[in-house]
Design a protein around this ligand. Structure first.
Ligand code: NAD
Ligand code: ZN
Length: 358
């Protein structure tokens, strides 16, 4: 048996208001005149309080990242070109925002040093050169994008990450203060991404003690904040931020499963966002994850969240086929979820039935 040798994030700073240390953290990475590029989730476009705390120096550049849609390869190419045209070399890229903004920062950092287009690197271990220095700062917690070795992008032909050893951040800044004002719905959808990572990792065939120890902890933290507490408090932000980290660590050494495989099809065809898409699918997965789905239903009820239904109503056969093809293409996810002979269980007909339920 050959075990995978995982590249992880190099430095982690954690704590309330640790964002204030960013200037000092990146200072030694600044080279001559090469600027640092800050990629900020457009949610904060008019938030002068946060903006004034971003340590801009010299010819640094602040880009408001458009995350109206989850990141596309064409947008990565556009941003990279814009930065190259203006500056040539850069000292680093800092992504501040949800999973989308962090993924944009990772992908741009990679494309600053690699030839061609972002779509050329969608897949496993295709990146040729190390990226420029990159920092991730989450303002939403749940995706685990802060620790993962991928950046999920929608390209012309597929939705697939740039999975590589050059993808993880060099530094992450985990400051629970940054997630304190997230509206309850968004917090739930992104938080459930983490809960679903845990269930899919723990119930999967790839499970091992490394993944289990992180997955169990992350699941416990999700249940603590979304099920057992009656009020959201400061500690809840801290717990959810650590749940996201641990959930990401859990899937780093295992894999996600059915909800993610099916949700990728929705994302590709309908543009359904990752967090809510996973919730829409997981809502109907009793057959595969009975206990996890029962707990999920309790959390939905307790937090008074609306999970959309009927989103595939009226789609054509052709459209169902597109989703089915995208989904069945996620081979490692299905194999983790259902074992080596997954194709005998998840047939095209069965998957179509599942999509029709959503
Ligand atoms: P998101 O980044 O797509 O953001 C969702 C919305 O929340 C956006 O409108 C954003 O502007 C807004 N937002 C950001 N910070 C906020 C704040 N503090 N308060 C209120 N609103 C805020 O959402 P997400 O769930 O964090 O991330 C989903 C994305 O992450 C998808 O693109 C998905 O593909 C990707 N993802 C990546 C990985 C990975 O390992 N790289 C893993 C899972 C998901
Ligand atoms: Zn996910």
């Amino acid at each position: 048996m050959k075990f995978r040798n995982f590249k992880m994030v190099d430095y982690v700073v954690y704590g309330r208001d640790c964002f204030n240390q960013l200037d000092g953290i990146i200072a030694p990475r600044r080279g001559n005149d090469a600027p640092v590029i800050f990629i900020l989730d457009h949610f904060f476009k008019d938030n002068d309080k946060l903006k004034s705390r971003i340590p801009l120096r010299g010819n640094d550049m602040l880009i408001d990242a458009d995350v109206t849609h989850e990141p596309r390869t064409s947008y990565i190419d556009e941003l990279t070109q814009q930065i190259k045209d203006k500056h040539g070399n850069v000292s680093g890229v800092v992504g501040i925002g949800g999973g989308s903004a962090m993924d944009i920062a990772k992908a741009v950092a990679i494309m600053m040093t690699n030839p061609g287009k972002a779509q050329d690197y969608q897949g496993w271990d295709l990146v040729i050169n190390p990226a420029v220095y990159k920092v991730g700062i989450p303002t939403l917690s749940g995706t685990g994008a802060e620790v993962s070795r991928t950046t999920v992008l929608t390209g012309p032909t597929r939705k697939l990450g740039m999975n590589s050893d050059f993808t993880p951040f060099d530094q992450i800044v985990l400051d629970p203060e940054l997630i304190k004002d997230v509206p309850a719905n968004q917090r739930f959808y992104t938080g459930m991404d983490c809960f679903i990572h845990c269930i899919e990792s723990l119930e999967g065939t790839y499970i091992n003690e490394f993944s289990r120890s992180y997955g169990e902890k992350a699941q416990q933290l999700c249940e603590e904040v979304f099920l057992h507490k009656n009020e959201w408090d400061e500690r809840s932000d801290e717990q959810l931020m650590m749940a996201s980290y641990a959930g990401g660590m859990s899937i780093a050494y295992s894999q996600v499963g059915v909800a993610h495989a099916v949700s990728y099809g929705l994302g590709y065809l309908l543009g359904t966002r990752h967090g809510i898409g996973n919730c829409i699918v997981f809502n109907h997965l009793e057959e595969f994850y009975p206990k996890g789905v029962a707990t999920f239903h309790k959390m939905v009820e307790k937090n008074k969240i609306d999970i959309p239904i009927g989103i595939t109503k009226g789609l054509t056969d052709e459209q169902f086929d597109i989703m089915i093809n995208v989904s069945l293409g996620m081979v490692p996810l299905w194999e983790n979820a259902l074992g080596k002979y997954w194709q005998t269980i998840m047939t095209r007909d069965k998957l179509r039935e599942l999509y029709e339920k959503l």
